[in-house]
Design a protein around this ligand. Structure first.
Ligand code: CP
Ligand code: NVA
Length: 311
């Protein structure tokens, strides 16, 4: 049976920590110039309905390090949802490739792709969530602070796809998640309520970034206007004023707090250049960890489906 990675909640707590262990091991091996061709001769179709730097390059490079190849299918190549049915795309690609990675607008399309594909599907972002990002982010927190459990992670800005994945993580691993968002920009209500009902993590949604930032272990932000929301940009620029990571906001957090951003960054909107380049920032560790975390997710999925990859 193939296994997909469409949301953080697809993994148990133990599996999440095993993924981190594998990611750290693979990372140290890459740094020592060692790679293992666990997926020699395998291929991955990467479907992108939206732009990307990190997701595209990290998956393609990771696949090459594993001895396989990844193919880039851009927004105009297969026009998912327009040119042919999602289920047909899933069935055709499954006849050519061993893996599918997709970045799509509609989360329902991701679910449909996974349902009809006979090969593993990995979610590289939808309008609803961004699970690979959160695996890399939590791995980064784990590396820098030695744990994620009990950490106070404060997300400043939009209750968007990245925020929904933080909430999904909170349903599986206990930590303290605070969203500081303006009225009208709360996360997906069902995801929020599920995370609260799971009863593992302390979860807060507040309106005041300064109150939220007090004693934070991590201050995290993402763009105010996500891909696909460009028509709302002007309104969002007004609505999110003050929801910015800068040195003043960082002064309310713990003295050794981490400043994080999934990138791409819009300087002087959600983060200042000073904060992103400052001593708190681990932004480029996060970006790097996308690759190691995703490679570890692939090993986990392959082993669940019967492979015996020992990392
Ligand atoms: N953080 C992230 O997913 O970056 P890209 O949009 O460049 O892939
Ligand atoms: N929320 C952002 C994340 C980019 C990686 C977006 O969807 O555009």
């Amino acid at each position: 049976m193939k296994r997909d990675f469409l949301a953080v909640t697809d993994f148990s707590k133990d599996e999440i920590f095993e993924t981190f262990r594998i990611a750290k091991q693979l990372k140290s091996e890459v740094k020592a110039g060692k790679t293992h061709h666990y997926f020699a001769n395998e291929t991955m179709s990467m479907i992108f309905a939206k732009p990307s730097l990190r997701t595209r390059v990290s998956f393609q490079t990771g696949m090459a390090q594993f001895g396989g190849q990844a193919l880039y299918l851009g927004p105009n190549d297969i026009s998912i949802g327009k040119r042919e049915a999602v289920k047909d795309i899933a069935r055709v690609i499954s006849r050519y490739n061993n893996w599918i990675m997709a970045r799509l607008f509609k989360h329902e399309h991701m679910l449909e792709l996974a349902k009809y594909a006979s090969v593993p599907v990995i979610n590289g972002l939808t309008d609803y969530n961004h699970p690979c990002q959160i695996m890399a982010d939590m791995l980064t927190i784990h590396e820098h602070r030695g744990t994620v459990e009990g950490q106070k992670v404060v997300f400043i800005g939009d209750g968007n796809n990245v925020c929904n994945s933080f909430l999904n993580f909170a349903s599986v691993v206990p930590y303290h998640f605070v969203l500081a968002a303006p009225e009208g920009y709360d996360p997906d209500p069902e995801t929020l309520s599920k995370a609260q009902k799971a009863g593992l993590s302390k979860i807060e949604v507040v309106r005041d970034p300064i109150e939220a930032a007090r004693d934070a272990d991590v201050l995290y932000t993402d763009v105010w206007t996500s891909m696909g929301q460009e028509a709302e940009r002007q309104k969002r620029l007004n609505d999110f004023k003050g929801f910015q990571i800068n040195n003043k906001l960082l002064s309310y957090a713990k003295s050794d707090a981490l400043a994080m951003h999934c990138l791409p960054a819009h300087y002087d909107e959600e983060i200042t250049e000073e904060a992103l380049d400052g001593p708190h920032s681990v932004v480029f560790d996060e970006a790097e960890n996308r690759m190691h975390a995703q490679k570890a997710v692939m090993v986990m999925l392959a082993n669940s489906a019967g492979a015996d990859i020992q990392v």
